[in-house]
Design a protein around this ligand. Structure first.
Ligand code: 5GP
Length: 191
């Protein structure tokens, strides 16, 4: 059987921890990885593209997909904003003999681990501190005061879940965090 058969890589973290940049780095480094594109009801940011970063869909369409059991997992990650992993996207990636990488919130990652307890690794990316987290979210410029505070509150809560994940990376220094992530993923792909 192929070494990469039905593997899953979960990268999870509180918002603002720099997780998405680490995911992008891993995708460049390992050609056998493919990004699992989630569906969401939030609006695209300026640099985001439909079908590449997310499938940006309406709340009605999202609810229809829930009804049709099209999601491996889904969450209302922020008040009124839904995010979900499509079974069809994971299957598409497996059919290409690649390994899906899920950039997913903490609860979603726990749900996927429960459904796929073998052949799955999880990496929890931790921001160095709440102050640093606030600074990064402000720097991104995509948040209002209210949504920034909501993300900080959620992050603080999500930190309490870190014990559920087998690999923890502290993103103090981006280059070092990428090297740590590379080692973990490299080992997983070779076994
Ligand atoms: P953002 O709005 O910053 O792109 O993402 C907000 C949070 O939702 C991040 O923690 C991101 O990893 C998470 N997220 C993205 N896609 C999914 C998904 O399909 N399912 C779940 N549960 N969380 C997701």
């Amino acid at each position: 059987m192929d070494k990469q058969y039905n593997k899953i890589i979960l990268i999870t973290a509180p918002s603002g921890s720099g997780k998405t940049s680490i995911v992008k780095h891993l995708m460049k480094k390992f050609p056998s990885l493919a990004f699992s594109v989630s569906a969401t009801t939030r609006k695209p940011r300026d640099d985001e593209k439909d079908g590449r970063d997310y499938y940006f869909i309406s709340e009605n369409d999202f609810k229809e997909k829930i009804h049709n059991k099209e999601f491996l997992e889904w969450e209302m990650v922020y008040e009124g904003k839904y995010y979900g992993t499509l079974k069809s996207d994971i299957e598409r990636i497996w059919k290409e003999n690649k390994v899906p990488v899920l950039d997913i919130d903490v609860q979603g990652a726990i749900h996927v681990q429960q459904q796929y307890p073998v052949n799955t690794i999880s990496i929890f990316v931790q921001a160095p501190s709440v102050e640093e987290l606030k600074r990064r979210l402000k720097f991104r410029g995509s948040e209002t005061d209210e949504s920034l505070q909501a993300r900080v509150n959620k992050s603080t809560y999500e930190m309490t879940f870190k014990k559920h994940f087998e690999n923890i990376i502290v993103n103090q220094n981006f280059k070092e965090a990428c090297t740590d992530a590379e080692k973990i993923v490299g080992n997983f792909l070779n076994n």
